[in-house]
Design a protein around this ligand. Sequence first.
Ligand code: SF4
Length: 365
Amino acid sequence: MRTRADPRLRPLLVRWFRAEQRALPWRTRREPYRVWISEAMLQQTRVATVIPYYERFLARFPDIATLAGAAEEDVLAHWSGLGYYRRARTLHLTARRIVEQHAGEFPRTRAELLELPGIGPYTAGALASLAFDAPEPLVDGNVERVFARLFALPGAAGSTELRKRVWDLAAELVPRAGGAGEWNEALMELGALVCLPREPRCAACPWAGACAARALGRARDFPAPKARKLGVEVELEALFVERGGRILLWRRPEQGRMARLWELPTRELGSQRLFPARLPTGFRAGAELGRLRHTITHHRIRLALRRGQIAVPPRGADWRWVPWGETSALALTGMARKALRALRPTAILRGTPRSPPSKTSECRA
Ligand code: SF4
């Protein structure tokens, strides 16, 4: 079988997809808003992780008008734990733009979609094809890997050379007369279920007879691996300061990583500058309560959790005493969420009530 743009490729893949696709919540109704939210969440995040977040987010913000009218903190709280918080902020901003400038309707063309904040070539292709069935290609890591193997393409994963080649092929192969959304989804599904990064399941692949890398006996060699970014070790210390069933949290600054998200008072022991090296004066670190590991992009964090004390808490809107039962409603960093899960048994052992009646309060200036 000739590989390049072979007309038999399409029916083989589509037939496989119709039989094998996963039942995913964003596939039940192909509406632009639902496609958009799912695609934003799925970037850099596994499907199994996204599903409960997607369902909670859609339950709270069922349509674009609700999302546009929500407070940023509410949006971040429903994103909290997914990471890449800039995506949530951009999503919110874009929802407002669509409501204000497009009367709440998503633009339908790739060019118009690309003018919206946070919508790049992949998301524009996904929205145009999946929601409107426009004949637009898309390329993500799965599609890149599938095409790199199917056509035995040179170039490292994620390289400009390979990406351009794959985009050209995707544009050449996308159906022009209907079915573009299904085709694009089938390509991604093949990469997710069969053409796996380390162990491609060629025996189960509808394109096994057409695949150039398989014919060479080198399916795993394509695409060539990209140069790895070295991990950076980061040492942090977080303080668990508790009073009357409430814990002291602080909000990260406006700029920088995890901007405006809440966490335990934390300081950095090394010099990577992921966190401030000093806490406001007055904090005293006590007994160690535990240790945990957390990864943020290429930062590998080792976090020591310590009991903390402070005679006079810092003041202002960026410090709050929060009852245990209300922490999950805040836009927490992923690390803070993990730390609070680890600390909860400690607090319960000491007799801290689970849901104290007092309200969250700012540390008043
Ligand atoms: Fe991937 Fe194997 Fe299918 Fe080729 S035959 S596309 S390597 S799963």
